[in-house]
Ligand binder design. Structure first.
Ligand code: PMP
Length: 394
């Protein structure tokens, strides 16, 4: 049986129309297929490969760790150098109130942990989340994901979850003394690349403080310089109580975490002990890759690179008559007239060697999330092709 046939017959699919590229290898901003085609990965594997594919420092760190040890024990029992070193490096970049990390292996798992931590610490179980927010597909994360079409088939989900409109001051009184936490993305990703307004985010923080609710920022898509700062919260001057991260964290390895204060994490140790454990969280190879990724990100001005990408994308697309470009840094999207045009543009760009995509909650937005290492020449030529394609069908 060919690789392609076994993919279609034996690998579980999540749609009737997978993109179906058969991958040979990937390097830097490019993905190469077994058919001999080369693609610019203009969505970075959905905001993962910010350093490009197979960054040499990451590959080297992975190889070094593979030669030392793989899994040795479930999370939190043994002292493993890659975990400790990474925890020290990451917390050195965060405010003092985010000084402790719980490692997991994916984004949704980070949010599951964040929600449980908020419940355990506050002794409350009400959550407030936002329409069009996306937090992952396991039951807890899905419970706070703001789109009925994805939630309905799996009801009942967590009770006592209330959805508010993103960027709206109305309804903030829903956040009350019974609320364990408010969970949100500082820039909604799957909702269609929608940045929060600063004053609004500050008002949410203020309301949480007034009623003793925790504020959880899901920075799974925004993190690691995608929006121009290490984390988006730094641009807003609003520090969350708990923050989840994943995606670009591991430089291409499965890696996630939720971060909070030592005080809040205290509640995880007792009543009963071992009430939140995981086998593979903080896998040594993933931690080594994450350390190499963050070291590289801190060694150069990746924030400036993300901002430069934004400026070039905005200039080039605006000049071509595309008026609605949303987002911040290298987390961008262009809004097109309708679903048909969006689909045609994504498909034809793919035929021309550019991988684009849409977002889960919007079918008129083309996602643009190039790797931060993309050089200006490749960025310009890719945008030229995108412009030509939009023009052809508009
Ligand atoms: N939160 C956000 C903001 C995301 O963008 C995603 C993934 N698109 C997730 C959570 C879920 O992450 P994962 O797919 O690693 O579970």
């Amino acid at each position: 049986m060919s690789i392609k046939d076994s993919f279609y017959e034996h690998v579980a699919q999540t749609s009737d129309a997978p993109m179906g590229l058969e991958i040979e290898r990937a390097e830097g901003p490019f993905i190469y297929t077994t058919q001999g085609n080369k693609y610019v990965d203009f969505i970075s594997g959905i905001a993962v490969s910010s350093l490009g594919h197979r960054h040499p420092e990451v590959v080297e760190a992975v190889k070094r760790q593979v030669d030392r040890h793989l899994h040795v024990m479930v999370y939190g029992e043994f002292i493993q150098e890659p975990q400790s070193k990474y925890a020290e490096l990451l917390t050195s970049q965060l405010p003092g109130s985010l000084d402790r990390i719980y490692f997991v292996s994916s984004g949704t798992e980070a949010n599951e942990g964040a929600l449980k931590l908020a419940k355990k610490h506050t002794g409350r179980h009400k959550f407030v989340a936002f329409h069009h927010g996306y937090h992952g597909d396991t039951h807890g994360s899905l419970s706070v994901t703001g789109r009925d079409v994805y939630r309905d088939p799996y009801l009942p989900l967590l009770p006592d979850v209330h959805f508010l409109d993103f960027n709206s001051f109305e309804g903030l009184e829903t956040i009350d003394e019974e609320t364990a936490a408010v969970i949100m993305e500082p820039v909604q990703g799957e909702g269609g690349i929608i940045p929060a307004q600063k004053e609004w985010l500050q008002a949410v923080r203020k309301r949480c403080d007034e009623v003793g609710a925790l504020l959880i920022f899901d920075e799974i898509q925004t993190g690691f310089y995608r929006t121009g700062s290490l984390f988006a919260f730094q641009e807003y001057g609003v520090v969350p109580d708990i923050m989840s991260m994943a995606k670009a964290m591991g430089g291409g390895m499965p890696m996630g975490a939720f971060v909070s204060s030592s005080e809040i994490f205290e509640s995880f140790k007792h009543d009963p002990p071992l009430n939140h454990v995981t086998t593979f969280g903080g896998h040594p190879v993933s931690c080594a890759a994450a350390h190499a990724t963050l070291s590289e990100l801190l060694s150069d001005d990746y924030g400036a690179k993300a901002k430069k990408i934004e400026q070039i994308v905005r200039n080039k697309l605006t000049a071509a008559g595309i008026t609605e470009i949303r987002g911040v840094g290298a987390m961008l999207g262009m809004e097109l007239e309708d679903r048909e045009l969006t689909q045609k543009v994504v498909e034809e760009c793919m035929d021309n060697g550019i991988i684009l995509g849409w977002t889960l909650h919007s079918n008129t937005l083309v996602r643009l999330a190039p790797p931060l290492i993309i050089d200006e020449e490749l960025l310009q030529s890719t945008l030229k092709t995108i412009n030509r394609t939009v023009k052809k069908y508009s």
